[in-house]
Design a protein around this ligand. Sequence first.
Ligand code: URA
Length: 441
Amino acid sequence: MHITELLKKKRNGKELNESEIKYFVNNTVNGNIQESQIGAMLMAIFIRGLTTAETVMMTKAMLHSGDVLSWNSEWSNMLVDKHSTGGVGDKISIPLAPSLAACGLKVPMISGRGLDITGGTLDKLESIPGFNVNLTKPDLDNCLEDAGCFIISTTENLCPADQIFYTKRNETSTVDYINLIVGSIISKKAAENVKHLILDIKVGQGAFMKDIESARKLAKQMVDVSHLMGIKTKAYLTRMDHPLGRTVGNALEIDECVKLMQGQYIPHIHELVTIFGGSLLEMSGKADTLESGKKMIKEVLKNNKALECFYKMLIDQGVQEEICNNLCYGDKTKALKLAKYQTEILASKTGWIEQIDVLIIGTVCYQLAGVVSNNNLVDHSTGAVLPKTIGEHIEADEPWLIIYHSTPTLNFGKNTLENAIKISDNKIDINCDNLIIEWIE
Ligand code: URA
């Protein structure tokens, strides 16, 4: 077998068999395939597609390219996780993991970096000085024992195939292909060895799936493949038509997550954390119903218990005590670096915010942060704050958007940003529960 034969086969629209898929995945990980050939295969897959059988084989090959984590047998029904397909301002995993831990579950989360304009949980966490996303197995055991959760990256030993494909997909514009998303996410969740999983399938302009039909197709595939891997899974389709919460950008989003865990109500974030958390508590039997699970999550957000688990997770993942204290209980500006320059974008009239162009906000923040596929170059301090968001009332000349930038001038038109909002003369009935479109089990 040779990679050029496989490339030709897929390029010509033929199906690959199990040994060919394993050959491609294993030789990618072993460094025996040229970078250009990996990129070419991803592009061939993107254009020609994978069948369901190929997707299952690819997911399994990606999983077995590294270790499967094993845990204390007493935790077996308590191991849960959630993963999103990615959105703008999507920071849900960061407060969700410690909230679940505070309710007695164990959350061994392998997460990702930003893909295209969608932000990455790991990039956000790395805006906290010292946060280490690469831990040894004894460290991971300690995190689950002590904090009840961790959030780490793929490594050379943990889903190494996804680590390579992830960067290559970003570089070759092959991110938004359903079956590659399935392989990427489910191989990570299977490597975590969790029992229960919530998938957040984002739909809209700020997501890879732009319409409900394609999101349904992705959700169905993910749930099917995940069940085959022995994980009880529920996929929610949620709207991604406007930025989630009031911030976009790595350090700014961490600040917002901590505020949520300090008991502040933050639109969109509060709803999704409680629904996903409540569902996992119900699925794992910790709560009798979804409603009682949601109540448990609301409680740990209010009574500081989620924040305590977050604090422990930070300590266990390498953050110094002084930074943890400043971030969780003191002056956040001493813990997080925010960009030096701020530019306010003002509302052109008084009214209710009907629409915020998530694509424009996402693109601006993506450009300000820099090259996401090379983490060393990411500027964590940039982004945007939305003092006013969808459904809220705004006065003419009031700022609805504050851009945080590291260079004195903005390199894109202020005009574009000014036009990224639609204000209605009439009150808009936007209910946060509208975020959930439907779910598939
Ligand atoms: N998150 C992942 O881990 N992989 C994807 O492909 C998309 C979102």
